[in-house]
Structures are given as C-alpha cells and as structure tokens.
Design a protein around this ligand. Structure first.
Ligand SMILES: Nc1ncnc2c1ncn2[C@@H]1O[C@H](COP(=O)(O)OP(=O)(O)OP(=O)(O)O)[C@@H](O)[C@H]1O
Ligand SMILES: [Mg+2]
Length: 565
C-alpha cells in the first residue's frame, strides 16, 4: 500500500489491559503506535506482531522523548494534561479511559474486519489463478504471487502503478472503461496461453474498482485438444455405425422370377416383420447374404444396426470376445473395454454368417444367448440384456454336421425357427437369363460403359445364352458374376459369342471343378490361392478369410503371393 504520513499515537497501560486497542491500531493504516507508558512493567520493549514498541517507566521521559499526537489513557495518569503542558505539548489529543471504552465494540469490529481481510488475502495468495485488483482510477492495489508465476511480470512492476499505463488494452482497463465484465480474454505471454476474466467491483451502485483472474490455459488447451480428438473419434464411430446401419442391399437387388426363388422372397418378406430367428441355407454363392440384408432392410428394425459376423474368419479363441466383448483388465492385453458384436447389434440385426463352421464350444455359449437374450462381457459381472434379431446362414448341411458331431442339435433347433432355403441356380434355370442381363448392366455401369446409342449394352448371342443356361453353376450366382465380369473385361467387341462362353467356362471348369485334370502341386496351390482370393476379395479382411480357408497363416499367404507374383 502507499506510504503516507501516519498519526503517531501513544498509550498508557499494560498490554493485557489494552490488547484489543493495540491489535486494532495495527490495522489502521493512518495510525502508528509509537510508545507505551507503564511504570509497573518490567518490559522495555513490547512486541506487537512484528513491531517493537518501547515501554517507558518514567512519565517525563515518555512525554519528552516521544513525538505523539494522540495519547490514549488506558490507565489513568493523574495530572497528565499539566505534564504535557510542561513539556510544551498542549496540542496532544488526550483520550480518557471512559472514552476508549466507548470505542471498544468498534475496535472489536475493526479487528474482525482486519482478520477477515487477512484471511481473504491468504485465500487469494493460495489461489492457483493470478489475481489483480485495481481501484476505480486504475491504480493497481493488489496482485497475488500466482499473477507473477503465470504472467512472469514481477509484482513491483504492478503494485501502485496505473493499469492504463501498464496494460491499457488489457481486460481490467476495458472493465474500467465500460463498467462491464470481460470473459475469456486470451493472450500468450512467453509462450504460455493465458485466459483472463475480469469483473467490475461495485459498491453502493458505484464502480469502485475491478478485479481480474488469470489462468494458465495450457491445461485447458490440452483438455480441449483431447476433447476435440475424442469428438472426432466419436464422429467417425458414428459414421461407421451409420454405415453399419445401412444395409447394403434390399430385396430390389435380388433378381429372379422362378417359382422357387419367388417363394424364398415371400418367406423372407414374411420373416422380416417378425422378430424370430431366421436360418438361411443354400449352396455357396446363392445369395444368402443378400437375403439377410433384405430381411433386415424390409422389417421394422431397418433403422437399427446390421452387424455381420463371419464366424470362421475369426479365430475360435477370439470369436467369444468379438461376440460378447470384454471389460478392461479382464485378461492380459485387455487394456480397454471392448463392445461385442451382440451389444453393437442391439435394436437391430446380427447376421451370423457361415454358422455351420462355428467353433463347437462357442456354439453352447451362443445357445445360451439365444435362450436367455442376455449375456455377460468377458470379465464382466452384470448381465447385458439385448434386443437383437438373429439371422444365421450356412452353405453346409447342418443335419449332416450334427450327425458328424460338429454342430449342436439344440442350437440347430433354436436357429431353425424360420428356415429359408435358397435353391442352387441349376434348380431354377429360368433365373439365369435375367441374372445375365442384370450383370451385363451392372458391369457395364461399373466399367463406365453406360449404354448409350453409340455405346449400347453388350449383346449376347442366343447360343451363348443357351450355353450359360445349360451350365451347372457349381458356384451359383457368385460364379456367374465372376464369369460375366471377366468376359466383359476381355471382350470389347460388344457382342458375346458362344466361343467366349466356352473359352472362359472351360478355363473356369479346369480351374475349379475338373478334379481329374493332372496338375502340378505348385499349380494346384496357385489355383487354390487364386480361387480363395476370388471368393473373399483382396482386401486385408479378404486375405485373412482366404488364409483361414486355406488353413495357412496370413504371413504364409503373403509369402506365397510374393512367390507366385
Ligand atoms: N438373386 C440374386 N440377384 C442378384 N445378385 C445375386 C443374387 N444372388 C446372389 N447374388 C450375388 O452373388 C454374390 C454372392 O451372393 P452372396 O454373398 O449373398 O452369397 P452367399 O450365399 O452368401 O455365398 P457364400 O455361401 O459363399 O457366402 C453377391 O455378389 C450377390 O450380389
Ligand atoms: Mg455368404
């Protein structure tokens, strides 16, 4: 605080008698206790806080050696006024004891206020935030030590200076100019981002000053960055979930008009609105997955998620955690919580593809979920209720699998509530021309050879179509898709002939179906890899599934791919 000329005050009496008065005087800036007169005391110095106050035992010396303007008579001294007069100090104001007593409650109050002030100061010192206070004219009255720590400005460069000189554009100056609070003012001091909030101090409706609170915003910034990153992650997860929600295909994508196929579609549409489990069987490539999407998209769960689980593609030891998830710390390596596919599918559909190849022990766990409609995460201790429609598919004959002891009979009956069997193409040859037409359009579109007058859809000769209708199609619609795609790539004449078909079909047949052809082991391996990749695709997931099917590790598959280029 500003140094000013203080009024000196002296006192007669002991510390005990005058404790309140002495303590109070310490807090009154304008007063300074300079001496005590106490003939009975053995002390020569009275310690009051950090001050040493001389104690006089001789009245004459007390009056003559001290230059005080006020004398408080805590203990009455006879003829004091005459004594003062003798020393030429008539102007000294003498406050008799009874008058001091009148002020006693006032002293007490003052002490309380002083104590409160000290406490407030201690609180402001303890604050991690920097605090700076100015009066209405802008004079800086106070700043705590955190202020210096954060702003790197020494206190002496601030206290008693005017804010309009030292920081004319800062938030305090603005508050004094406008009378309004300023929030979230940010600036960078020596590389540290600082955020300041300043408010006016109003007393009796008048602006008496302003206070600002600074904080080091690095931690806030760090937190904001973390929140931002989490927000981005959530957004991408939302997107992924949205993608999962969207079934890729609908019944409109299913081409066919044979009575057998129409029956399948009708069954599937009926099943769509029921919540019962659906089992879709049929040879490989007959469209089981397409049907599963169609059922989900046609039913009342269409806005819920559609989660596909390719049972054999996930190693048996991981399938359980994939399906049910796990709690953080439930096993070594479980360093974060994982939500399983069943939980992800809540409110929607879970599609258990290739269920016939599911690990036998896991089949029991799946059966329990189907029965109880609840499960626990691995390492979890509370059951999670789920509302999930289950669609399972397989190209295996489950009854045969049961006989071989590879599939649980009880699980089969649980899954087989609504059974849709998609007949192979050879049993619904009426669908072949339609499918061929559909694929010609689809691949022409994909290859950007849109049908225009100049560039019509590739035509297919009658004998060529006949050839396709007579073929056995062991790989069903998928095989047809592959074949048509290859033909369209290699034949750019716009007209597909019987020769094209025979050429590609023979190559295909030699490749995949003619088991009597004598091939070298190397050639055989090459073809097996080719056909597995053809089936599963060349994405990472496809390669994983292909390796799984071939019974080799992913690394081994990569080695072989490199070997065969
Ligand atoms: N009726 C159909 N109409 C149009 N495309 C079809 C039809 N049936 C199947 N397909 C196509 O054939 C391919 C194979 O279909 P899908 O994957 O559904 O067969 P799948 O029965 O699940 O085969 P797998 O048992 O090998 O898994 C897909 O690309 C699909 O688009
Ligand atoms: Mg499938």
């Amino acid at each position: 605080m500003e140094s000013q000329k203080k009024i000196k005050i002296a006192l007669t009496g002991s510390y005990e008698e005058s404790k309140d008065l002495i303590q109070t005087l310490r807090y009154i800036d304008q007063l300074e206790l300079c001496a005590v007169f106490n003939p009975q005391s053995s002390l020569s110095i009275l310690k009051v806080g950090t001050d040493d106050i001389p104690v006089f035992h001789d009245l004459e010396t007390f009056i003559q050696t001290n230059d005080f303007a006020v004398l408080a008579l805590e203990r009455e001294v006879p003829d004091i006024k005459a004594c003062l007069s003798r020393a030429g100090k008539d102007q000294v104001m003498v406050i008799p004891r009874e008058h001091l007593r009148i002020f006693q409650p006032f002293f007490k109050k003052l002490m309380e206020v002083a104590a409160l002030n000290k406490q407030s100061e201690a609180i402001m010192e303890a604050a991690q935030e920097g605090i700076q206070v100015v009066d209405a004219q802008g004079k800086i009255l106070y700043a705590n030590s955190s202020f210096t720590r954060i702003t790197k400005v020494p206190l002496k460069e601030r206290i008693n200076k005017n804010i309009f000189d030292v920081s004319p554009d800062g938030s305090l100056a603005e508050v004094l100019r406008t009378g309004r609070a300023v929030f979230g003012n940010t600036h960078v001091t020596e590389g540290t981002p600082i955020i300041a909030n300043a408010s006016p101090l109003i007393n009796d409706g008048k602006l008496t000053g302003a206070v600002t609170v600074f904080s080091d915003a690095s931690s806030v910034e760090k937190m904001a960055r973390i929140i931002q990153r989490s927000k981005e992650e959530v957004a991408s997860l939302k997107e992924a979930i949205h993608e999962m929600n969207q079934t890729k295909y609908s019944f409109q994508d299913l081409v066919g008009q044979s009575p057998a196929f129409i029956k399948c579609i009708q069954q599937a549409k009926l099943a769509a609105d029921l919540n019962s489990t659906v089992l879709i069987t049929g040879e490989s490539g007959t469209g089981k997955e397409l049907f599963a999407h169609g059922i989900h998209g046609f039913g009342n769960r269409c806005s819920g998620p559609f989660i596909k689980v390719n049972c054999p593609a996930i190693p048996a030891n991981l399938l359980e955690s994939e399906l049910f998830g796990y709690e953080k710390g439930s096993f070594t390596g479980a360093n974060k919580l994982k939500i399983g596919k069943f939980e992800l599918a809540n409110g929607g559909t879970i599609f258990l593809d290739e269920i016939g190849d599911m690990d036998f022990t896991l089949q029991a766990k799946l059966l329990r979920v189907l029965q109880e409609r609840e499960f626990e995460r691995i390492g979890g201790n509370h059951p999670i209720k789920i509302n999930v429609r289950i669609i399972a598919a397989t190209n295996r004959n489950l009854l045969e699998q049961i006989e071989k002891g590879l599939f649980r009979e009880d699980l089969f009956y649980r899954l087989n509530v609504i059974h849709i069997h998609i007949p192979p193409l050879k049993e619904r040859r009426e669908d072949i021309p339609l499918l061929i037409d559909h694929m010609l359009k689809k691949f022409s579109r994909q290859n950007n050879t849109r049908s225009t007058e100049k560039n019509p859809l590739p035509s297919i000769s009658k004998p060529a179509l006949q050839e396709l209708c007579n073929y056995e199609w062991p790989g069903n619609v998928r095989e047809m898709e592959n074949l048509m795609e290859k033909i369209l790539i290699f034949n750019n004449t716009g007209a597909i002939t019987k020769e094209d078909i025979t050429y590609f079909l023979t190559a295909e047949t030699r490749y995949c179906h003619n088991k009597t052809t004598c091939l070298t082991i190397k050639e055989m391996e090459k073809r097996l890899i080719y056909s597995a990749l053809d089936k599963h695709g060349t994405t990472l997931a496809g390669k994983k599934a292909a390796a799984q099917e071939l019974g080799i590790s992913l690394t081994c598959l990569y080695d072989k791919l490199k070997k065969y280029k």
